[in-house]
Design a binder for this molecule. Sequence first.
Ligand code: PMV
Length: 303
Amino acid sequence: MADSGILACASAPAKTILFGEHAVVYGHPGIAIPLPSLRLDVTITFSARSRIVSRQVGLNAEIDSIPESDPVGKLTRLLAERFGMPPVPIAIRINSKLPVAAGLGSGAALSIAIIRAYAQMMRIAITDSEVSEIAFEIEKIYHGDPSGIDNSVIAHEKPIYYIKNKTIEPIETPVELPILVVDSGLKSATIDVVADVRRRFPGNRPILEAIGKLTSEAVQALKAGDLPALGTFMNENQRLLHNLTVSCGEIDRIARLALDSGALGAKLTGAGRGGNMVILAADHAQKKRLEQILAKSGVTVRS
Ligand code: PMV
């Protein structure tokens, strides 16, 4: 029988970390912003049999057949425990523009859109903080040892200054940042990179501390809309991430190309060793020019 009747729908944005990835896992600050134009949508419909479907990742499975070790399996069980079983068999349909394993928070966005749609279907009001807290449980499967910055910025959908278990402070920016998010084209699993940084701890502690110090200074530049200062902080953050061994040849190449073409700053975003990068232009006209230069050299512009 074909699915019919929409019970609920919700969406969640991608995110980019401007400063502090990895260091944020160790209690240092991180700064992240949502990417509202890059979204993942979830629709819940009536269905003859309960299932979960995503064309993008080729998923079409019975909800109950997904093991608890899988993030979606764990999430659907958690939601049934917390909000009750669905009143009828349902299909959860995912439609996403977010690349997976690419540093843009696709895992957190998926959890958050499902949580919001499920609560809506059950007619339960839920705060952004509650959404974030449930998604954090699932982040543990994706990341192993998550800081919580991804679920926080995506649930609140605002730029945030974040310290693990301590601070989620919204940041007001006086200007719309002329940033580009571009894909290195290399997939990278966050859980592996985070585990490798952990293996190298405490030898890499001075680098993580330097990233934390830089992030606490960069937040002032962000609040002031001081783009040249922000660019300098981004380049210094990238240099430290390189020393942390989480950059890679392709990211270094794209950063060099962007800076040689006039960008103010360029760095990886998220776990690194592939995935996406964030590039700061001097203004929106230059952003357009950079977009063309990068696209011509084979780089995918995501946002
Ligand atoms: O790769 P992403 O988008 O999942 O971001 C990971 C960010 C880290 O700081 C490396 C890990 C974390 O939990 O904060």
